[in-house]
Design a protein around this ligand. Structure first.
Ligand SMILES: NC(=O)c1ccc[n+]([C@@H]2O[C@H](COP(=O)([O-])OP(=O)(O)OC[C@H]3O[C@@H](n4cnc5c(N)ncnc54)[C@H](OP(=O)(O)O)[C@@H]3O)[C@@H](O)[C@H]2O)c1
Length: 259
């Protein structure tokens, strides 16, 4: 795909942070938008604003993607409205920081459902129409946390390893069939993520802006890149761990993330 103009892009987690910035950038590029998150009022107002200010088509469908039925119900609403989605941005996600046993099991279940299950199901549901057209694809948001084990963020980092591996595998599986899959792997980024994860702010250094991260992700998708890690420091951190034993990497990340 060469440009976003006139294409229809579904953004999950569009109500805040990186998702909100994807929506702003895409509206400026004159893409049509399908926004989803649980915050119905926020995404409805966003859709109205983009439609008026950017003269594009923008729809809002509220969904809780951490439930079994959520991704299916969202797909049904979109197809019932006869909206033909060209690109899916699987962005919604959350993490919880702390000793594994200090977070309740229901939270981990929701995290796995949102960060893993929703990505898998939405990809499976939207893929056939893209293959039929022979164009479009998926921009999946993982994390630098997905490249190695992260003690005290164990479940979250494992869900992001899933997104990274899943995206790389599908990119190869569908190469040559007109669609592309890009995995955006941000490091620390300004958003609501850190309030929700309850991560100690003192452990966070030099956060990227959500705007920068979203723009880099959108460019990477258009250029057919497999993965994108925003920022030279994040790129170096991720790649330096590749040549160390995983047990050593886990010890280093444990020191960085220990509460
Ligand atoms: N910020 C970082 O440092 C960072 C670093 C690496 C990767 N990431 C990844 O970037 C992605 C976007 O996060 P962000 O930083 O922009 O955080 P954010 O500001 O907290 O945004 C998360 C988005 O996900 C939506 N969401 C949460 N739970 C949901 C649910 N059950 N069903 C549907 N939507 C739900 C939220 O909307 P509602 O609350 O309205 O549902 C919100 O729009 C996530 O996948 C995150 O893991 C973030």
């Amino acid at each position: 795909m060469k440009r976003y103009r006139g294409k229809t892009v579904l953004i999950t987690g569009a109500s805040s942070g990186i998702g909100l910035e994807f929506a702003k950038s895409l509206a400026q590029s004159k893409a049509n938008l399908v926004l989803t998150a649980r915050s119905e009022q926020t995404i409805t107002e966003m859709a109205r604003m983009f439609q008026n200010e950017q003269n594009i088509k923008a729809h809002a469908f509220a969904a809780d993607l951490s439930t079994q039925s959520g991704p299916h119900a969202l797909f049904k609403k979109i197809t019932d409205a006869e909206i033909d989605v060209d690109v899916v941005i699987n962005n919604a996600g959350f993490g919880k920081w702390g000793a594994f046993e200090s977070v309740d099991c229901a939270t981990y279940e929701s995290m796995c459902m949102l960060n893993i299950n929703a990505v898998t199901v939405l990809t499976h549901l939207f893929l056939p129409q893209m293959l039929k057209k022979g164009s479009g694809g998926f921009l999946n948001v993982a994390s630098t946390a997905g490249f190695q084990p992260v003690p005290y963020f164990a479940t979250y980092s494992a869900t992001k390893s899933f997104v990274l591996s899943f995206s790389e595998a599908l990119a190869e599986e569908y190469r040559g069939r007109g669609i592309t899959v890009t995995c955006l792997c941000p490091g620390g980024t300004e958003s609501n993520f850190h309030n929700i994860s309850k991560m100690d702010r003192r452990k966070l250094s030099s956060l990227h802006s959500a705007d920068t991260v979203a723009k880099l992700g959108l460019q990477a998708f258009l250029s057919g890149k497999l993965t994108l890690i925003p920022g030279a420091r994040n790129y170096l951190l991720v790649n330096s761990s590749r040549f160390s034993p995983r047990s050593v990497v886990a010890k280093v990340t444990a020191m960085m993330f220990k509460p």
